[in-house]
Design a protein around this ligand. Structure first.
Ligand SMILES: [Zn+2]
Length: 80
């Protein structure tokens, strides 16, 4: 039996991942969407982040909305 790597260990630097928040940015070509306060797992050492699937789905719908609005800059916060 092999022990799987700890889900809380960063595969990039071996540091410890912890629950935190990140900023998600998308370049749509005509403009940029910035989503702040995105819940994510963030490495305390190198700062790499992992966004959970349910949050990714939310971000995708935000990006779709942004496409319709066609704003040059859209800043959204996911924070409650
Ligand atoms: Zn790391």
């Amino acid at each position: 039996m092999k022990t799987p790597p700890s889900p809380m260990q960063c595969p990039i630097c071996g540091g410890t991942k912890r629950q935190g928040k990140t900023v998600f940015t998308v370049d749509l070509g005509f403009g940029v969407v910035v989503v702040r306060d995105v819940p994510a797992t963030v490495c305390s050492q190198c700062g790499a982040d992992w966004i959970p699937d349910d949050v990714t789905a939310k971000l995708e719908s935000i990006v779709q909305e942004a496409h319709k609005k066609h704003h040059q800059v859209e800043v959204i916060s996911l924070g409650a």
